[in-house]
Design a protein around this ligand. Structure first.
Ligand code: HEC
Length: 202
């Protein structure tokens, strides 16, 4: 009870944030991880301080510029996620269960995709150090895609182009035991994407 109460007070003090960061909707977390994090990831531990405090309208316009027009409650959720990032120094994982076999179907990925379908963000789970093989496929979407794999501490361990439609693979290496995440980005809709990551025996 006490920490939640304290946090609520703190957030109220920072300016009208009605919900706690962990209550952000899945859609807001996906927008945050695919779009906002790209510039704001340096803001934890004061590694980078973007000092300009914007008024609520300014924040809404700023968000609109990068993620399209959003409802007031979504803008507040995104602001709370920024506050959480500064406080916790870790990216907010999309609140979804991982498939036990590591295979994400288009139906599972649709909730992890932006409404305009150009980006998606997928938790790959906790991986032990070792070689990994990422398989991508899409029906009816972009032919190629920018692939980023991020560790929990924001380190980008993969940033490269790969074939998506009909399919492609990316070989990569997990250097340390961490939770990893996949970000896919394209200029045109990704289509019905399937993703699977498997650890590869040496
Ligand atoms: C291309 C880089 C970029 C992207 C993408 C971006 N921002 Fe920002 N943001 C900035 C910069 C630079 C500032 C500080 C200067 C200013 O106020 O414009 C800032 C300031 C802010 C501020 C006020 C200062 C603070 O740290 O509290 C908020 C809130 C914010 N951004 C939220 C977001 C959200 C939410 C998203 C995702 C929809 C987002 N930003 C996407 C670059 C970006």
């Amino acid at each position: 009870m006490l920490p939640r109460f304290g946090l609520a007070l703190l957030l109220a003090g920072l300016g009208s944030v009605p919900s706690l960061a962990q209550e952000a909707s899945l859609a807001s977390v996906v927008t945050f991880d695919t779009v906002c994090l790209q510039c704001h990831e340096g803001e934890c531990s004061g590694r980078l301080a973007l000092r300009t405090e914007k008024n609520p309208e300014g924040v809404a316009n700023h968000v609109k510029g990068y993620a399209g027009a959003q409802s007031t409650s979504t803008v507040l959720e995104l602001k709370a996620l920024i506050a959480g990032l500064k406080r916790d120094c870790r990216l907010p994982p999309p609140p979804v269960a991982l498939p036990p076999d590591g295979r994400w179907t288009p139906a599972m990925l649709s909730a992890l995709t932006l409404p305009d379908q150009t980006r998606l963000f997928v938790p790959l789970g906790v991986l032990a150090p070792g070689n990994q093989r990422l398989s991508l496929a899409s029906a009816g979407g972009a032919a190629r895609v920018r692939v980023q794999v991020l560790a929990q501490n924001f380190d980008i361990v993969v940033d490269e182009e790969a074939a998506l439609n009909p399919g492609g693979t990316v070989a990569w290496r997990a250097d340390e035991s961490s939770t990893y995440f996949l970000r896919l980005m394209a200029k045109t809709p990704l289509g019905a994407v399937s993703v699977s990551n498997q650890s590869v025996a040496k």
